[in-house]
Design a protein around this ligand. Structure first.
Ligand SMILES: Nc1ncnc2c1ncn2[C@@H]1O[C@H](COP(=O)(O)OP(=O)(O)OP(=O)(O)O)[C@@H](O)[C@H]1O
Length: 225
């Protein structure tokens, strides 16, 4: 579902963020992406989201080579990629329902489908009863779950998360990871960038480790230690 072939990303002559990175993630695979600050994790996620383009090599998502994708097609690719951020990026002047509905409204989904799909996503993350609330009235863990509902409301085949448990205690982090695992079980390819080694070791999933832009480990089923 996601494939990197000899991918190098150079921002300028002094900043090479990724060096000849190779890996592939299958449909329904859940993997972690880790490495020191500045190792290139965010850059790798941005290449998948087509927020950046590679300097060399190929990034392939869902069989589509993204390098040469015309700019006007970028929004269509992005619809297939749900993204969860550490700081939720929720709008605090809208209800929980309206926050989750946003991607569907952007896509022009008919109003009669929006209600059904938003409620299905909120139900999935256990927040159906809070749809009319303002995100500010929710706890940090609940806000993060609203962010996850918004990321999956249009059923993307790929889900990316950048430090999704950064501000949460271990119990809430485990809840969030359970959700990600459930999405992978229904075929979503999930890639989670994190510094949280405990989280990684708990799940015993494949870990892609970056070190100064190079992929140094990415063994299937490998544990990080
Ligand atoms: N827009 C940019 N222009 C120039 N250099 C950049 C740009 N974005 C990132 N870099 C550089 O690329 C390298 C990788 O950065 P990146 O943000 O991908 O790392 P990261 O692993 O996500 O770090 P962190 O864990 O701190 O978020 C760093 O040296 C960074 O300074």
């Amino acid at each position: 579902m996601i494939e990197f072939r000899q991918v190098t990303k150079r921002y300028d002559s002094d900043h090479t963020a990724l060096r000849q990175v190779n890996f592939g993630l299958e449909r329904g695979e859940l993997a972690f992406l880790t490495g020191h600050s500045g190792a290139g994790k965010s850059t790798l996620l941005k290449l998948i989201m087509v927020m950046e383009r590679p300097s060399a090599g190929e990034v392939i998502v869902g069989g589509q080579v993204l390098n040469t994708l015309p700019r006007r097609q970028v929004p269509y690719i992005r619809r297939h990629i749900g993204v969860v951020f550490q700081n939720h990026q929720l709008l605090f002047d809208r209800t929980v329902f309206d926050n989750v509905a946003m991607p569907l409204e952007v896509m022009g989904t008919p109003a009669r489908d929006i209600g059904r799909r938003v409620r299905a996503a909120l139900d999935k993350v256990g927040l159906l009863s809070k749809e009319k609330m303002n995100p500010l009235q929710l706890s940090g863990g609940e806000q993060q779950r609203v962010g996850i509902a918004r990321a999956v409301v249009n059923k993307p085949p790929v889900l990316l998360a950048d430090e999704p448990t950064g501000n949460l205690d271990p119990e809430l982090s485990a809840d969030i990871m359970r959700l990600f695992t459930e999405f992978s079980q229904v075929g979503v390819t999930v890639l989670i960038a994190t510094h949280d080694i405990a989280l990684i070791n708990d799940l015993g999933r494949r870990t892609l480790t970056l070190d100064h832009g190079r992929l140094v480990a990415g063994v299937a089923g490998g544990r990080h230690g």
